[in-house]
Ligand binder design. Structure first.
Ligand code: GLN
Length: 324
């Protein structure tokens, strides 16, 4: 009884802090919308949502939590899990390593020594991972990806067709990466089809609440906090958390691990999802980005919450572990 009472108090405190942080950062308008995908420059820059979901299914939502936006690079994390589950570590490691790069997410540089993409969280690695989706044609492969997202979202995912069209038109840098992967034998066929698939995965619509749920499932060794379904195998969720911690925030990943210390993934749509092992997922949506392509307010929120609640994975005193 006392324990339940404590959890309720903790939940109230967490909600209170989220409200406070949201209120304080609401006026922060540093950063700029991603414009290299023209359609992304059309979103309302002021949207700001903070959502959290614990592994036990408790939630806290603040701000524009119903607002949808495109998942962008956060899709890379789920796709990495799918590739590991379908093909196993050895096959995946042939195509993408696990080393952070210090280079921008859209860098065209590969890991020359190993003839593979540096990691699955940058575009080169994500395109290599997308190439591993099985199916006879684009429609069949799209279905595999949509079914994957459906497991996490608990509903049929929707694709933002305008963003997809925009990505396709503006995607020549990703095409260059795709053809380089083909040239190196990391992708062996259907490069245009794989790029279409990659553009589609990036254009899936989510809310901050969706991201918090996704984060909670991954933080919970693959067990979905709402459906109880094992959406990804525990050993795969471990690999997902590991690369999220080392590579999830692009070339800011080192600083992020040092200051925030929460495995996380960001996207140029303005979302960031953080996964606190055995505790839950936290998501922020705020589309103004810094030079690395990470949400400015998103980083600030995570810094504050990590500090306030000792959420760094290496904090000595982590009072929230389990049963939250
Ligand atoms: N679709 C975007 C791209 O390929 C995803 C990048 C991102 O979110 N960092 O450029």
């Amino acid at each position: 009884m006392a324990e339940i009472h404590d959890h309720q108090r903790a939940a109230e405190w967490f909600k209170h802090v989220c409200r406070d942080v949201h209120g304080r950062l609401d006026g922060l308008d540093e950063g700029a919308l991603a414009s290299y995908i023209p359609e992304l420059a059309r979103v309302d820059p002021d949207h700001f949502a903070i959502a959290a979901m614990t592994v036990a299914g408790r939630s806290a939502n603040e701000g524009d939590c119903d607002q949808t936006f495109t998942i962008q690079s956060i899709s890379k994390l789920l796709m990495y899990g799918l590739a590991l589950e379908t093909h196993g570590r050895d096959e995946v490691l042939k195509r993408a390593g696990v080393a952070p790069t210090g280079d921008p997410f859209n860098s065209i540089k590969l890991d020359e020594a190993h003839r593979r993409a540096p990691n699955p969280m940058v575009n080169s690695g994500a395109i290599a991972i997308a190439s591993m989706v099985e199916g006879d044609d684009l429609a069949a492969r799209r279905e595999v990806v949509l079914a994957l997202f459906e497991r996490y979202l608990g509903r049929r995912p929707e694709v933002d067709e305008a963003v997809l069209a925009s990505e396709t038109v503006a995607g020549n840098r990703n095409r260059a990466i795709g053809y380089l992967l083909l040239n190196e034998g990391i992708i062996t066929d259907r490069v245009e089809e794989t790029l279409d698939l990659y553009f589609m995965q990036c254009s899936i619509l989510v809310t901050a609440v969706d991201l918090a749920v996704i984060g909670a499932a991954i933080a919970n060794h693959g067990v979905h906090p709402m459906t109880g379904q094992q959406v990804v195998a525990p050993q795969v969720s471990r690999d997902m958390l590991t690369v999220a911690l080392t590579c999830g925030m692009y070339d800011y990943a080192g600083e992020w691990a040092y200051t925030v210390g929460i495995p996380a993934k960001s996207g140029v749509g303005g979302g960031i999802v953080g996964m606190i092992p055995d505790v839950g997922g936290i998501a922020v949506y705020s589309p103004r980005l810094d030079a690395h392509g990470n949400s400015v307010r998103g980083i600030r929120v995570f810094e504050e919450l990590s500090e306030e609640f000792d959420l760094h994975v290496f904090d000595a005193d982590r009072p929230w572990r389990r049963n939250t």
